[in-house]
Write a protein that binds this ligand. Structure first.
Ligand SMILES: O=C(O)c1cc(C(=O)O)c2c(n1)C(=O)C(=O)c1cc(C(=O)O)[nH]c1-2
Ligand SMILES: [Ca+2]
Length: 700
């Protein structure tokens, strides 16, 4: 059985990519078929553009009438001639560097919205800006963060998702639930930037009304699911809407994917009491008013960072013998859900990966049967969870082909160790998870490391949403690969963590095209027509949470240094990339003396405050500096200047003076010197090859 093409999809000009998921169904399917299984052998690079930031690039470029609007790291916007890559205008919102510390997962941006001659972009420091599509001049700017939301010194808000537009309302959410935040989405008048409505996803302390669209639903439905005086009243509760927001013209509803609890620790957050709505839920709202319509909670009692923020897609599928308009969703928690898009009714849910936290779902309600041992914050025993906090599928978008009837999922396995700390402290800067970060790091011993690396997996999963089962999979070298694109040429395109860009046969996963992009790819490709030719374009740039947090183990995926670009491919393209010449972070012989006791204390502070960007156990994942080889660790004063006095704030390394004193900063420095000494010989050794790059061999 094949799904019908929904009416909303037919309206879009087939040669454009005018909205985040191309159409309002967010299927990321384009009917273009010049590039197909026969012609793909002639696919070549047509143009490329070097970007001005070498950090994670997660953007979906929009293409409207031959002009590409791409957003890149630090919330920058570029308009390009989509046929040639020539820059028409650029806009830099000058996001301040210290905001990097307020986001968990790299200063990324996932894309813009286009509507009636304006380009809308959210900025990492929480602004929403409307630009004139002709010249990039700001038409209006507004703050998406209400002044009182930052009350309490731990509240932390960022914006990195793409805005969506419905009924002339621009809708945007925010990130921050790893720090202390209370989630909400806001709707602004697309013409003027005036706030039209706001919907908070978790209650206010004491069930206080916000005089917002959410008041009724929060007090009626959500408030009874929280312990009234739980730690959430100080940490915000979480529920940030940091990625998926979808307007569905078929139901005239707006669907939002609500994130995890703040902090993760459910005992601290809510005393181990209640489901904590609307955490881990899809919530349907009226786009004009923000009024609540329905919700479906995928993960009650969240303590795993199991967000429902992942890509929300609508489809028309035969269910029980009749066509239903449904939402399909593959959130972090590892279950593939099919919900009725009008009512939120649970239709089916099946694990799409190996998972160990639930004994399936209740077949009627869809509620997970959570295993008692997975409730780590209540058992006080460490829990190795699969999926872990980075999910069986993260923000990297899926795609659907109406020709094959398959949903293509960038699936992964990244186990996580969850452990209750001796004491939960809420810090004004840095992660506030209520989980022990110094519980154990990747081993240095090569054999043990290779064994641990086997658990880190990534694959392209072709999923039949009607039968709820896998049709085929394509295994990649590791997790954290790019989002997906499906085309009328029966191809599925995906960039990989190891820096390759591929086209696969949509019917069986056969590998039909491979290109060396010289840096890991996490962004989803798009396709469009310009100058009479079909292009496939993708942003290249290794980053996002996986390499930043996981660090050295994330380098098993391949290329170790970010080189950010936009690449565009076409049949008989004639461009080529210059040789990469990349050698990774070059190890510099470290100072030899350190104090072992200080270094031990420094490990704990490092894991609490530095791990989220510089990687587990002081090994960088190839995006931000590897501190073992940093000049800053050579003197106590130099290190203090960076860590406490903000010498590198403009680059995103703000001051930690509010959480670390001189002595603790010095302990971290001693730890870094120890790590440099422990690993220097090995780092040199793994470069013992002709190319002098880690892990053997130039892949040019
Ligand atoms: O809870 C939040 O507020 C929040 C925000 C974000 C974000 O804004 O990017 C991410 C996450 N959570 C998250 O859990 C996650 O795995 C994640 C990955 C990424 C990324 O861009 O690589 N962002 C985020
Ligand atoms: Ca999160």
């Amino acid at each position: 059985l094949r799904a019908d093409t929904p009416p909303a999809m037919q309206a879009e000009p087939p040669g454009d990519w005018p909205a985040h998921g191309r159409t309002s169904s967010e299927q990321r399917y384009s009917p273009l078929s010049h590039v197909d299984r026969q012609t793909v052998g002639r696919l070549k690079l047509a143009w490329y553009l070097d970007l001005d930031s070498n950090r994670g690039q997660e953007g979906t470029p929009l293409v409207v009438n031959g002009i590409m609007y791409a957003t890149t790291n630090w919330s920058r916007v570029k308009a390009l001639d989509a046929a040639t890559g020539r820059v028409l205008w650029e806009y830099d919102p000058r996001t301040p560097g210290d905001i990097a510390l307020r986001g968990c997962c790299d200063t990324v941006n996932r894309g813009a919205a286009y509507w009636e001659g304006k380009v809308y972009v959210g900025t990492f420091d929480g602004r929403l800006i409307a630009l004139d599509a002709r010249d990039g001049r700001p038409v209006w700017t507004t703050s998406t963060i209400p002044a009182d939301a930052t009350l309490g010194d731990i509240r932390s808000y960022t914006v990195d998702g793409a805005p969506r537009i419905a009924h002339g309302v621009v809708v945007i959410g925010n990130g921050g639930a790893e720090f202390g935040a209370r989630g909400f989405v806001s709707g602004f008048d697309a013409r003027t930037g005036a706030l039209k409505w706001r919907f908070y996803t978790v209650p206010a302390p004491a069930n206080r009304p916000d005089h917002a669209a959410s008041d009724g639903a929060l007090s009626r439905i959500a408030w009874p699911t929280w312990q009234p005086d739980g730690g959430w009243t100080r940490s915000g509760g979480g529920g940030t809407v940091w990625d998926a927001i979808v307007y569905d013209p078929v139901t005239d509803l707006l669907y939002i994917g609500v994130g995890n609890g703040s902090p993760w620790n459910y005992r601290f957050r809510s005393g181990g009491v209640g489901d904590n709505l609307f955490l881990g839920s899809i919530v349907a709202l009226r786009p004009q008013t923000g009024e609540y319509v329905w919700h479906f909670q995928e993960t009650p009692q969240d303590q795993w960072d199991f967000t429902a923020s992942q890509h929300i897609m609508t489809l028309d599928l035969p269910v029980g013998g009749r066509m239903r308009h449904v939402i399909v969703h593959a959130p972090k928690n590892g279950f593939f859900y099919v919900l009725d898009a009008r009512s939120g009714e649970f239709l089916s849910g099946t694990p799409y990966v190996f998972q160990n936290w639930a004994d399936g779902l209740d077949p009627v309600s869809g509620r997970p049967r959570i295993r008692p041992e997975a409730m780590w914050s209540l058992t006080d025993r460490p829990w190795v969870g699969i999926p872990g906090a980075l999910g069986a599928h993260n923000w990297q978008p899926m795609a659907y082909s109406p020709r094959t009837g398959l949903v293509y999922i960038p699936a992964q396995q990244i186990p996580a160790l969850y452990k209750t700390p001796a004491r939960v402290t809420l810090h004004p800067v840095g992660l506030n998870l209520g989980a022990e970060m110094a519980a154990g790091s990747a081993p240095d011993d090569p054999a043990a490391r290779a064994e641990a690396a086997k658990a880190l997996q990534g694959w392209l999963l072709a999923w039949d949403p009607v039968a709820q089962k896998a049709r085929f999979r394509v295994d990649h070298r590791g997790p954290w690969n790019g989002g997906l694109l499906a085309t009328g040429g029966d191809l599925v395109f995906q960039g990989l963590a190891n820096g390759e860009f591929h086209a696969y046969d949509a019917t069986d996963g056969r590998d039909l095209f491979r290109f060396n992009a010289q840096s890991g790819i996490i962004a989803p490709p798009v396709t469009y027509m310009a100058g009479g030719r079909q292009f496939i374009a993708v942003e290249v740039g290794w980053g996002g949470i996986y390499p930043l947090l996981v660090g050295g183990m994330a380098r098993t995926g391949g290329w170790t240094v970010n080189h950010s670009r936009i690449l565009a491919f076409a049949l008989d393209g004639e461009a080529s990339l210059p040789p990469s010449g990349q050698k990774g972070f070059l190890p510099v012989a470290p100072p030899v003396d350190y104090d072992a006791q200080q270094a031990e204390a420094g490990y704990v502070h490092y894991q609490d405050f530095c791990i989220a960007c510089h990687g587990d156990n002081a090994e960088s994942g190839g995006v931000l500096p590897d501190l073992r080889w940093s000049g800053a660790i050579r003197t106590a004063e130099g290190f203090r200047n960076v860590v406490l006095h903000g010498a590198l704030t403009a680059y995103g390394m703000g001051s930690f003076a509010s959480v670390l004193d001189d002595g603790q900063a010095e302990q971290i420095r001693q730890f870094l010197i120890k790590r440099a000494n422990d690993t220097y010989a090995h780092e040199i050794h793994i470069r013992d090859n002709a190319a002098g790059v880690p892990e053997g061999g130039d892949r040019d």
